[in-house]
Structure formats: structure tokens, C-alpha cells
Design a binder for this molecule. Structure first.
Ligand SMILES: [Zn+2]
Length: 452
């Protein structure tokens, strides 16, 4: 399907041969291709082609009294002096003796003839067509989608938001902008919108320079495009990304072939954290039940303790015997903050590494990360954080009931953590869990509306 660069290439080629030609007569062989077909052949007779312009994926033939709009859709093509064939549906006979033929194997293309007075307004007013990226200002672009909960890829393909971008270029633009295609419009920052707009212009201009992209059948007056040699992700499944990351993967997004580098275009990560007995694990389990991917930092720590080399390193650091006595280790780090730091120094970088590795194995556009020590550990590779909060009384009560701690033991545990008052200041969203479990689920459901 020709997108902006292909249509622009066609426009340039047509202009070199058609400028100032006069239409002697027109033959339409398949009428449904002409949208408002009344007097189409009569009106065009004797009209001079001043030039061919373009807006998004539409060609605009500027004539004396009319503007002829041509939308190529899937397979529309132009040929000069081509012999008649069954796929040629419209022929323009020119006074110079040349002919311009419109061929369309799928018959999806359309012609529309409008008054020349509507030259600059028709597509905007009647088709609600947005400007090309190069004519778009950031505020207009961002305002058009900042509250919309559809994917950014659908937004880029929406011709009423931004003109001229189709599937191939949307894949390329999102890759260069390092944005996951399924990220929702309402989660895109203005800075990301700016990057998207700049990359749209960059990608489209480069493609125009290369004469467009020829993957299926596109050609312009017999010339094939060369941009297919410049594609980073589109059609590149299994190849290594230009930054040396993993292989490019393909998946379907709203029925369109979508290509990404999972490293360059990470999922949107929501980190769930809390304090001891605030209900974070309940939230994690609920999210898993709803079918979301939840990466669990505690189970990663558990896996690390299965690793012989790591266990040896820990034993050596704390002068403990093997097999490692976990209760003894817990006792050391619980009572001596300096010792705890030593353990964290060993474990945290490994946990971060494992989180990253796990993140890259999913194509989900949204991932939850259950990470109790989010703020304490200084982990920063996430988009938003959700703090599951509870009153101190509730924490104490739950610890006494769940862990059979005395009130004093419960207090000691709570006081050993970073205070919830501090975590509240750092979290993007705070969810209070002081009532029933149903009320907690309701709050989570409401939170999820933001992401899905
Ligand atoms: Zn990459």
C-alpha cells in the first residue's frame, strides 16, 4: 500500500511529465472508481494540468476549474503510454498525444473531482484529513491523542490525527522513537510525542529521498523504491537490531503486522510496592488472576539463592558455613544495617539484571513488577510505581494474625523498613488498603482502566 513517501515519489514523477499538459478526453472503463462520477469525462475535457500536488496519501491534480483527487489505496498505479489492459480503468488522453493510464488490480482506488475553489480546504473539511508530519505542530499532535486509550500505533495510522503514515513507516518510527507500539495514547508523554513527530519527519523524508519502499508491487512510473534497504524492523523478523540487541520480533497488533526490538521498545512497567503486610502480595495475585504478567522480585531472589556461586559468595562475605543457614543470615542482616548493605550490594545488581532479562521475554505492552524494596534498592527502570498502603494499626493487626507475632515483634518489623510516609512521597499512585479485600479489588480495577 503506497504511503506518503511512495505517493510523493509518484507525484514528483507525474509532475515532470504532466505539467502544462491539456486533457483532450477521458475514458472511464470502471465507473465505481470515480466517487462523484457526474459529468466526469465532460468536465475534464480541455482542462490544463498545472501541477500535481499531494496531501498525506492523496494526489491532487490542479486543473483550470477543478482539482482531481486521486487516492491509490492498495494497488493504484499510473503509467504513461501504456497499452490497454484489463486492469487499466481510466485513461486520460493528452493533447500532446501521450496517454496517462490508471491501473488498479484491486479496484480500491478512488477519483474525486472538486471545484478548484476548494483546493486547500476540501480534504481537511470533508475527509477530516490531518496535516503531514512536516506541517504538524507538537501541541496539535499531542492534544489529538493525549487522552485517548488506544494504542500509539493506531494513533499514528489515524489519518485524522496525522497524515500519510501507514504500517511500514509506523513500525519504523516507533522503533526509532524507542516506544512500544501497544503503549496507550494517554501514557505517551509530551517528550515522546515530540520524538515521534521528529522521527516521522526523518523517516518519511529519508524514504522520499530513496524513492519510497518496494516490498510488494509498488513502483512509480516504472521506478522501484529503495527504502526497503533502510528498514530497521519492518519485515526484519529474526535479525539483530542495529544496536546489537536481540532479534526483531513480529506480532499482530489490531490485525496489523507489528515489528519491534524488545530491548529498544520495552513494555510499560508498573512497579507495585508496599510495606510489610500492606497487601502488596494480594494485589499481585489478583493481577495474575486477571491474566497480567507480574514479575516477582522475591522469587528472583529465591532463584538466586539456588545458584551455587552466589551462595558461596554470600557465605564467604558473612563467614558462614555451607549449606547456608538462612535463619542465621537473616538474623545477621536484620540486626546489623551495615551487614545488610553488604548483602544488598551482592544481590540487588543481580536482581535488576534478572528483572531486565525477564522483561524482554514478553511482548506484553504492560508488565507489572512486584518489588517490595523498590525505593530502598534504588531500582529505577519502570514507568510508574503503585504503593499499596495501609495504616500502622492494620499492619500490626495483620502481622499478629498472619505471622503470629506479638505486638512488639510486629512493631520492630515495621520500624525496620523505610517508613510508608516516605514511600508515599515517591510513589506515582497510592492505594489505601484498610478495608475489605473487595474494596481493594475495586481500587485495582479502577487503576487498571488507566493502562488497558
Ligand atoms: Zn534494539
Amino acid at each position: 500500500m503506497p504511503e506518503l513517501p511512495e505517493v510523493e515519489t509518484i507525484r514528483r514523477n507525474l509532475n515532470t511529465v504532466l505539467q502544462n499538459e491539456v486533457i483532450e478526453s477521458v475514458n472511464v472503463y470502471y465507473w465505481p472508481i470515480v466517487s462523484n462520477n457526474l459529468d466526469f469525462e465532460t468536465k475534464l475535457k480541455g482542462q490544463r494540468i498545472h501541477q500535481v500536488e499531494r496531501q498525506a496519501k492523496y494526489l491532487k491534480f490542479i486543473l483550470d476549474d477543478y482539482m482531481l483527487i486521486s487516492h491509490l489505496r492498495m494497488e493504484g498505479k499510473y503509467f504513461i503510454n501504456a497499452p490497454r489492459s484489463k486492469h487499466i480503468h481510466v485513461v486520460f488522453n493528452l493533447e500532446s498525444g501521450h496517454t496517462l493510464s490508471y491501473e488498479d488490480t484491486r479496484k480500491f482506488g478512488r477519483f474525486e473531482l472538486v471545484d478548484i475553489k476548494e483546493k486547500d480546504t476540501y480534504l481537511k473539511d470533508k475527509k477530516n484529513l490531518a496535516p503531514d508530519p512536516v506541517d504538524m505542530d507538537l501541541d496539535t499532535f499531542y492534544d489529538a491523542f493525549k487522552h485517548r486509550k488506544i494504542t500509539i500505533k493506531e494513533i499514528l495510522l489515524d489519518q485524522t490525527v496525522i497524515g500519510g503514515i501507514g504500517n511500514i513507516y509506523a513500525n519504523e518510527i516507533l522503533y526509532l522513537s524507542k516506544i512500544h507500539p501497544a503503549k496507550k495514547g494517554n501514557l505517551i508523554t509530551k517528550k515522546e510525542a515530540d520524538t515521534l513527530l521528529k522521527n516521522s519527519i526523518k523517516v518519511l523524508n529519508k524514504a522520499i529521498q530513496m524513492g519510497g519502499t518496494t516490498i510488494d508491487t509498488y513502483e512509480s512510473l516504472g521506478h522501484k523504491g529503495m527504502f526497503q534497504q533502510e528498514l530497521h524492523v519492518h519485515g526484519q523478523t529474526g535479525k539483530t537490531c542495529q544496536y546489537g540487541h536481540d532479534t526483531i520480533v513480529k506480532f499482530q497488533l489490531k490485525g496489523r503486522g507489528t515489528y519491534i526490538c524488545p530491548s529498544c521498545q520495552p513494555s510499560y512497567v508498573v512497579a507495585i510496592t508496599g510495606g510489610i503486610a500492606t497487601g502488596k502480595s494480594t494485589v499481585s495475585q489478583y493481577l495474575k488472576k486477571l491474566g497480567f504478567v507480574v514479575i516477582d522480585a522475591d522469587s528472583i531472589v529465591g532463584e538466586l539463592y539456588e545458584d551455587e556461586d552466589i551462595v558461596k559468595k554470600i557465605a564467604k562475605t558473612f563467614e558462614l558455613e555451607l549449606p547456608l543457614d538462612k535463619a542465621k543470615l537473616a538474623n545477621i542482616i536484620f540486626n546489623q544495617p551495615a551487614e545488610r548493605k553488604k548483602l544488598e550490594h551482592i544481590l540487588h545488581p543481580l536482581v535488576f539484571e534478572q528483572i531486565q532479562a525477564k522483561k524482554e521475554t514478553y511482548n506484553e505492552h504492560i508488565l507489572f513488577l512486584d518489588i517490595p524494596l523498590l525505593f530502598e534498592a534504588g531500582y529505577s527502570t519502570y514507568d510508574e510505581s503503585v504503593l499499596i498502603d495501609a495504616s500502622r494499626d492494620n499492619q500490626v493487626m495483620r502481622l499478629m494474625k498472619r505471622n503470629r507475632y506479638t505486638k512488639k515483634e510486629a512493631s520492630v518489623r515495621i520500624d525496620a523498613q523505610m517508613p510508608l510516609s516516605e514511600k508515599r512521597k515517591l510513589a506515582t499512585v497510592v492505594i489505601e488498603n484498610n478495608d475489605s479485600i473487595e474494596s481493594l479489588y475495586e481500587k485495582i480495577d479502577k487503576l487498571l482502566e488507566r493502562y488497558v
